[in-house]
Design a protein around this ligand. Sequence first.
Ligand SMILES: *[C@@H]1O[C@H](CO)[C@@H](O)[C@H](O)[C@H]1NC(C)=O
Ligand SMILES: *[C@@H]1O[C@H](CO)[C@@H](O)[C@H](O)[C@H]1NC(C)=O
Ligand SMILES: *[C@@H]1O[C@H](CO)[C@@H](O)[C@H](O)[C@H]1NC(C)=O
Length: 304
Amino acid sequence: MMRVRTNLFVLLSLAFLLCVLHSSAQLPPDAVVSARLLDAHLQDWAFKALSSPRTGVPYDAQVPTNLTGIKVSAVRLRSGSLRTKGVQSYKEFDIPIGVAESPYVERLVLVYHNLGNWSHKFYPLPGYSYLTPLLGLLAYSGTNLSASGLPELDLRASHKPVLVKFPYVEPAPFGALPKCVYFDLHGSPQFDIVLPGNVCSTMQQGHFSIVVESNAPSQAPSDGKNKFMLKIVVPSVVGGVVLLIILWLLLVRVRRYCERKSIQQMEGVAHSSETLDITYIGDTKVPSAFGIRTSPTIENDYFP
Ligand SMILES: *[C@@H]1O[C@H](CO)[C@@H](O)[C@H](O)[C@H]1NC(C)=O
Ligand SMILES: *[C@@H]1O[C@H](CO)[C@@H](O)[C@H](O)[C@H]1NC(C)=O
Ligand SMILES: *[C@@H]1O[C@H](CO)[C@@H](O)[C@H](O)[C@H]1NC(C)=O
């Protein structure tokens, strides 16, 4: 009974620890919702720009005035030509041959996003600053150009990666290392190295930028400190306490096991037929077994 409860406690502690660690590497849920809503609106606005499109020609779309700063564009392609020819340069994206969508459609539309000064609003990334606008590339079926609320197709590169070439990157603070960041459609960020020429590479669709770790504590004393407390100190302390509890439980378990072992050994000794005689040396009681075991003999063989 005791053991079951202890195991359950350890499991719960571990689950809690994992939750704490995991939650720091994901956009907050409301941000994911608003980012996905934005994707849906941008698809809608981008498709409106494609009234009678020529295949392979990009069309820039209008965004409402309350989203000024965001740019969106769309290009319609034959799926076969995307796979066999790629797209040399669509805005900042270089699409190699071998990129395919699933499920298969005959024509598809690539929607391009440039979130401009809205990047950190829709994709808040605590502890990092954006050095470029966040750029997005998402694929939709091009069968019905008046459709809205379309699901994204799954777009994947097979041989070579899609390259994102950032023409302008804000200089990073001295000593800081810029990184590529990639958000999938669920809002989980992944980091990667920046290739020469401010290039990020990807095998999938999503949103891309170059970021740098912001030394928040020194930049914004109160806000930064709070973030630092929330993101670093609190999880570390909680994690430490949980680890200590687990260690302590293990120690208790090991000690109990050892005690049980030694009691069993003592019982074993007590029950064995060989009883120990007790001898007194001065005031001290010592066990002695003289005469019961074979008495020691001097082995002369080794001394020539
Ligand atoms: C922009 O305005 C529309 C209504 O015209 C509103 O539904 C939407 O929430 C606004 N977006 C932002 C980001 O303020
Ligand atoms: C981005 O800049 C535009 C003007 O260029 C402004 O209207 C808009 O409010 C800005 N957006 C944010 C999130 O600051
Ligand atoms: C295209 O989508 C629109 C809006 O969802 C719908 O009303 C229309 O029937 C669709 N057209 C075809 C040919 O599926």
